[in-house]
Design a protein around this ligand. Structure first.
Ligand SMILES: Nc1nc2c(ncn2[C@@H]2O[C@H](COP(=O)(O)OP(=O)(O)OP(=O)(O)O)[C@@H](O)[C@H]2O)c(=O)[nH]1
Ligand SMILES: [Mg+2]
Length: 391
């Protein structure tokens, strides 16, 4: 085994040197950022030092066969590196690790070029579509007396979204819309919708209980669309979901939309999904997309639940801030920063450690199903250090 120190102004260049000297099977023993005196004293310049090891042989003697192997491995390696960058970038944008890993694994087989980020985004869209991630809009039909309810935690934007949808549908002039408000236990809870009813001329009925809902729906049987607002339900008031379920038995063929704010953490959204389990959920509406600094959580929840994304709300304007959900928009929103720049700004030691971990995660599932040719050999090579890294 041969061990050598490499030094360069950035990590890419240092890794390139390691590769060209030691080949793709080199093992990184350490990566450090050092300070060196620059020409313009007293300024110090930062340099990257990599200590790497390789089995004797690569480049020593320059056997033609070895060069060939290096060249063919180079593409596979650069794809691996790119996959790692996409994975790491997705984590930084708030995508759940399990989701980012799934995407990276599927990307592996379809990624045509690791160098074009635009192409990468399209590949990710294809992966998501291939995984049955869907978008869905309301399907309106004259005289269908369609009923749609909005569920979600307090302050998520249920009433605002309902108002935006009711306005948009009513302004089209083609459909008759009515609103039923089941959220009227709290003081002042009905005021928001009553004010809207007065301005828009849309009929609003404040309703209590099963009987009340039955009467209201009867009165609105001529409407093409009935939008139903519900009280905010959280983990501590989970029992309300059971009560609501019983009340809503009156509304046959009801479609339920779960409203989440994009500023809610993935874990909190998933835990709220349990609260809403008694209710029928047909899709997700994501509000406050304008306030969220990253939307990886939106991708994660939609991916993990496979519930269709229906609408995105991007502000408070009525109805202009409500848009039909679009997967491509979600992907471009997540990949709005240059992946390479973001990744190269991370500390090299951290990056090396994370890359090692990524490669282990990528290999894990393959281990479960089959043993690849030469697999044991590879493992032995890589097992000489806990922090070993194949580049
Ligand atoms: N910035 C921004 N604010 C929003 C958006 N959607 C709703 N809001 C605001 O969020 C706040 C809460 O919205 P509501 O519609 O009252 O929420 P809710 O889910 O009905 O809340 P409860 O009835 O209390 O359960 C209001 O101030 C809305 O204007 C959005 O897409 N972007
Ligand atoms: Mg409300």
């Amino acid at each position: 085994m041969q061990i050598k120190r490499f030094e360069a102004s950035d990590i890419q260049e240092a890794l390139r040197q390691v590769k060209s000297e030691f080949g793709p099977d080199a093992v990184i023993l350490s990566i450090k950022e050092l300070e060196r005196e620059s020409k313009f004293k007293p300024l110090m310049k930062k340099v990257i030092e990599i200590v790497a090891a390789a089995d004797n042989g690569f480049n020593n003697g320059s056997a033609k066969r070895e060069r060939k192997t290096y060249r063919s491995n180079y593409d596979a390696d650069s794809i691996k590196k790119t996959l790692f960058e996409y994975f790491e970038y997705m984590l930084l944008e708030g995508v759940e690790e399990s989701v980012a890993l799934d995407i990276a694994k599927m990307l592996k087989s379809i990624m045509p070029s690791p160098h074009l980020e635009e192409e990468g985004k399209r590949c990710i869209l294809r992966v998501l579509q291939g995984q049955d991630m869907q978008t869905k809009r309301l399907k309106l039909k004259k005289n269908s007396n369609q009923k749609v309810a909005f569920f979600g935690p307090t302050g998520a934007g249920k009433t605002s979204t309902l108002v935006k949808l009711a306005t948009a549908v009513s302004f089209s002039g083609r459909y008759e819309v009515g609103v039923v408000n089941l959220d009227n236990e709290r003081i002042g809870a009905s005021a928001q919708l009553e004010a809207f009813g007065n301005i828009s001329g849309i009929e609003i009925l404040n309703v209590k209980g099963k009987k009340g809902l039955k009467e209201a729906l009867k009165g609105m049987r001529e409407k093409d669309l009935i939008l139903i607002d519900t009280p905010g339900i959280g983990r501590k008031t989970a029992f309300l979901a059971e009560e609501l379920k019983i009340v809503l038995e009156e509304a046959r063929d009801l479609e339920g939309y779960l409203v989440f704010s994009a500023t809610t953490k993935t874990r909190d959204m998933l835990s709220l999904m349990e609260v809403y389990a008694p209710l029928r959920i047909n899709g997700l509406i994501i509000t406050k997309m304008d306030e969220a600094s990253s939307v990886g959580n939106v991708l994660s929840v939609a991916y993990m639940t496979r519930l269709p994304l229906c609408y995105f709300s991007m502000g408070q304007e009525v109805p202009g801030s409500l848009k039909a959900a679009n997967l491509w928009e979600l992907v471009t929103r997540i990949f709005h920063r240059g992946i390479k720049e973001v990744i190269s700004s991370l500390p090299p030691e951290e990056l090396a450690f994370r890359r090692n971990r990524f490669e282990i995660l990528m290999e894990e599932e393959e281990d479960l199903f089959w043993e690849q040719e030469g697999e044991n050999e590879t493992k032995e090579k890589g097992s000489n250090s806990a922090l070993s890294l194949r580049i």
